[in-house]
Design a protein around this ligand. Structure first.
Ligand code: KG4
Ligand code: ZN
Length: 331
């Protein structure tokens, strides 16, 4: 049994996994209420809240799983990328459990954990496949050859897709995180009312750029605010969301056709967006590709995915020495 721990951003999470995919518990303490008043994550506050919650969350995960620490055979923890002060809390906690219990410690890359989350649902994914991770900090397109062998095909040059949702929400005076609220408003909006720009980046077609789109939305909103009329929040949300969804979907399918794979797997917090799931599924079907996406609770940050990817690393003997440290940036 593997204990997974995740503290890379604003969720303190712990899970117990009975490999390969029986999730015995998946416990999350969200800090959304702490950060929403600031319109985004405040790193120092995130660290303090992780410190306050980590013991309770890990104990709860063990209790929900109906096991004690003595049943745990390995500890998997997010090692990076993320906020350094936040990562350190979970990493030190995991390391101390591993050292005191004499257990193997596995360091998990948060993006790879998102990418691998689909396997926790027991799907048989035909490898190689295209994996698209879309979250608050990352927008990355991978060619996944085996669970632990991936080739990065492209990534964002500026804002991540989730970050663009969060920033657009802020200018519309909507709460953090922006993704869920924008997608809800978009349901009753007209996606064709505003034609916002799509950055196709023809020279590097698998890369993404969302800052131009974000700036166009912000400029439109500020212009409307200056003219004093009602802001058509629903139409702006729908038009913005449509642009993000179109870019993500077309680039993922383009990559799948270019490298001749049979499947596209979507993951990360933005993957819980219903419109993205719908459009990418349709585009995949039209092109004879299998489309897979985990349940929304496995798309947003959680510790089950950390334990799941930890298991893949453990199987391959990839454990950490006790002097290992966290890292903030993707590499
Ligand atoms: O993967 P995640 O939980 O944390 C990071 O690793 O960043 O992703 C969080 C991001 C936030 O930017 C949030 O606004 C976005 O995912 N998000 C969504 C939706 N739900 C969460 N974006 C669009 N539509 C959603 N339904
Ligand atoms: Zn994440």
């Amino acid at each position: 049994m593997i204990l997974g721990i995740e503290t890379s951003c604003d969720e303190t999470a712990a899970a117990v996994l009975e490999p390969p995919y029986t999730i015995l518990s998946d416990c999350i303490s969200s800090q959304v209420d702490v950060h929403s008043v600031y319109g985004g994550v405040v790193p120092e506050l995130a660290s303090r809240h992780h410190l306050r919650n980590i013991t309770f969350v890990v104990e709860k995960a063990l209790k929900d799983a109906g096991v004690g620490l003595d049943a745990i055979e390995a500890v998997a923890v997010t090692q990076g990328p993320g906020l350094i002060g936040a990562l350190v809390v979970g990493f030190s906690f995991a390391k101390s459990i591993a050292i005191t219990r004499g257990l193997p410690l596995v360091g998990v890359n948060h993006i790879h954990a998102h990418l691998n989350a689909i396997h926790l649902e027991g799907h048989d994914v035909p490898s190689p496949y295209i994996g698209l991770v879309v979250s608050g900090g990352h927008t990355s397109l991978y060619l996944v050859k085996r669970p632990t062998v991936h080739m990065l095909l492209g990534t964002t040059r500026d804002d991540a897709a989730g970050e663009a949702f969060d920033k657009v929400a802020k200018v519309l005076d909507l709460p953090y995180p922006g993704g869920p609220v924008i997608s809800r408003l978009a349901e009753s909006g007209d996606p064709k009312r505003f034609s916002f720009p799509r950055a196709w980046l023809r020279d590097t077609p698998y890369d993404f750029s969302f800052s131009g789109l974000k700036t166009a939305v912000i400029t439109t909103v500020k212009g409307l605010k200056r003219s004093g009329g009602r802001i058509p929040v629903e139409d702006i949300a729908a038009s913005f969301q449509e642009a993000v969804v179109e870019i993500l979907s077309k680039k993922a399918v383009r990559a799948a056709l270019d490298v001749s794979v049979k499947a596209v797997v979507l993951s990360g917090g933005v993957a819980s967006n219903l419109r993205l799931r719908e459009v990418l599924r349709l585009l995949c079907e039209e092109n004879g590709l299998l489309f897979l996406v985990p349940a929304p609770s496995l798309c947003t940050d959680n510790a089950a995915m950390v334990a799941g990817y930890g298991f893949e690393l453990l199987k391959r003997g990839k454990t950490l020495s006790h002097d290992a440290d966290v890292y903030s940036r993707a590499f």
